[in-house]
Design a protein around this ligand. Structure first.
Ligand code: NDP
Length: 528
């Protein structure tokens, strides 16, 4: 029988996965939909595979659904080597963009045809309601088609240049890029990064979350079927502190694209800094939702409910602190709490379920700690506040609403769970100051019927994404990302695509051939 040991990791706050040190244990079957075990995806993975395996848990039943190889530093080295080999061969990087377009469109079509299957994998490994995963995954092919289209239409430029000079800007892929992704939207975030990187001609090594890697592995297998050449899209599963660290420390990596917590961002940037590797980092947030008194209250309540409790509050842009003008506070709070109390908690695979689990036991404990701290600081519990296992099982936590004041921890720190702060505010100026008072600058939303207020407040909000009378909208063409403790760089849009390219200036003197003889007496007094 294999030896099971609980790994205690210092680098991430929510993980508590189990890792097996030797071969697959005999107690099977896991979940019937899953293979009992998944290997990494890179040429040679079968032989190079580590003897360590991670158990993947279904957060709703606490059952182990499968195991996955944990890549050792030697495996990571092999995956990067495979990426380098593919890149240097030019088999993808130097292919005509029309070819890359065709393959990515084919991959998008294959994903469409397996959509409901992928949605189920996502739901089972994350505990997120199938209703959410069906809606989210239905849009993923758009990221592939958008970036494939950019590959075909993106052209160089000829910027103005003083004198008889012609400067042509040309773009080329970076090389082998590392992508490190979280568990909350496993496939969405991986595809947001993989699509521009591949469209631009790079080789990719993805390190998905140890907690929910299966859909990313299956997607990489499907990419091989779509004729992405071997070695171009590689996946190494494993713990961040080991597999992710080895990937970030490999000096052959040309860029790191991370989505994760702020502390992980600091660790990854420190490792990248040693090799001067550029980093795109999509990190944590504490998204404010500002509700102004001119709005129809019920409209804002419904919008804020969606902002707060989708994914059980586990998104980087969860509307986790709702700042409400005092003129409508009581009406808003009463309706918001009534609706939060009525949300249907249950089996993620039941299409009627509205809120399901958080990711694991550690996350339940974290939610509880925030509730306890808020109450000890003087916060008022309006609903929820406790774990809510279904039939004694599962990492369910009640949708929780607590009235707090702006200086309390719950108003400032990321919970990443269904624990939402309501803040009563005396004036628009106070609402704005409160919204801008955390170290994060990712998302923000505001609800008003005044066009002028909407524009003036959105301009002053310290956030990379502002939604007016809506929340959570995302589109492949719309840049996504924040600043301060929320990270740097952008996903989506031309910005993400160009982030996977190097730009070269080629300056041609079309005037006097040979240019200036700088060292001839009385000549060369003017440079440039
Ligand atoms: P983590 O920061 O725990 O992990 C993110 C990824 O980084 C995982 O694959 C993890 O590995 C890996 N990792 C951890 N430590 C290191 C390290 N030292 N070197 C390299 N890789 C490492 O985040 P979660 O997965 O828990 O996701 C939640 C966080 O992500 C929240 O803070 C949330 O706000 C943020 N997020 C941000 C988004 C944005 O767009 N800005 C979108 C979605 C989430 P492993 O976990 O496998 O051990």
């Amino acid at each position: 029988m294999s030896l099971l040991r609980q790994l205690i990791r210092g680098s991430t706050r929510w993980s508590s996965s189990r890792r097996l040190d030797i071969a697959i244990p005999a107690r099977r079957p896991f979940h019937s939909m899953f293979r009992p075990h998944y290997t990494n995806v890179f040429p040679g993975a079968e032989i190079g595979s580590s003897r360590q395996r991670i158990e993947i848990e279904n957060p709703a039943t606490e059952e182990i659904i499968c195991t996955v190889d944990a890549a050792s530093p030697a495996d990571v080295n092999a995956a990067v080597t495979a990426g380098m080999k593919a890149f240097q061969s030019g088999i993808w990087a130097n292919k005509d963009v029309n070819h890359r377009f065709d393959v990515l469109i084919k991959l998008a079509d294959m994903l469409k045809s397996r959509m409901s299957e992928f949605a189920k994998y996502e739901s089972l490994q994350t505990g997120r309601p199938i209703r959410e995963m069906n809606a989210q995954l239905a849009r993923l092919p758009e990221w592939l088609t958008y970036h494939a289209s950019l590959a075909r239409t993106h052209t160089g430029r000829i910027p103005p240049f003083k004198g008889k000079m012609l400067n042509t800007l040309t773009y080329s892929p970076l090389g082998v890029v590392a992508q490190i992704t979280p568990w909350n939207h496993p496939l969405l975030i991986a595809i947001k990064k993989i699509a521009p990187a591949l469209a631009a001609g790079n080789s990719v090594v993805v390190k998905p979350s140890e907690l929910a890697p299966v859909s990313v592995l299956l997607f990489a297998e499907m990419a091989l079927e779509a004729r992405i050449p071997e070695g171009v899209l590689n996946v190494v599963c494993g713990l961040g502190a080991e597999t992710g660290k080895a990937l970030c420390e490999d000096s052959r990596i040309a860029k790191i694209d991370l989505t994760g917590g702020t502390e992980t961002g600091r660790a990854v940037c420190a490792a990248a800094g040693k090799n001067l590797i550029p980093v795109t980092a999509e990190l944590g947030g504490k998204t404010p939702v500002l509700v102004f008194p001119d709005i129809e209250v019920e409209r804002a309540v419904k919008g804020a409910l969606f902002a707060s409790f989708i994914a059980a509050g586990q998104t980087c842009v969860t509307g986790s602190r709702i700042i409400i003008h005092e003129d409508i506070y009581d009406q808003f709070a009463a309706s918001f709490v009534a609706k939060a109390n009525a949300l249907r908690i249950g089996d993620p695979l039941d299409t009627k379920t509205q809120v399901s689990t958080v990711i694991n036991r550690a996350s339940i404990d974290r939610c509880q700690r925030f509730v306890d701290q808020a109450l000890s600081e003087g916060g008022k519990l309006l609903c929820g506040g406790s774990p809510a296992p279904v039939n004694g099982k599962g990492h369910f936590f009640q949708p929780t609403v607590i009235e707090v004041t702006p200086e309390m921890a719950l108003a400032n720190e990321e919970v990443f769970g269904p624990v939402i702060a309501l803040i009563r505010s005396p004036s628009p100026a106070h609402m704005l100051a409160t919204a801008n008072s955390t170290p994060f600058a990712l998302g923000a939303a505001l609800w008003t019927s005044s066009l002028s207020l909407a524009h003036s407040v959105s301009q002053q909000l310290d956030a990379g994404l502002v939604w007016v009378n809506t929340h959570h909208n995302n589109d492949p063409s719309s840049p996504w990302g924040g600043w301060k403790d929320s990270g740097m760089g952008k996903e989506n849009g031309v910005e993400a695509f160009e982030g996977y390219l190097k730009c070269k200036s080629t300056v041609v003197n079309w005037g006097e051939a040979g240019g200036v003889d700088w060292f001839e007496d009385n000549k060369g007094a003017r440079y440039g």
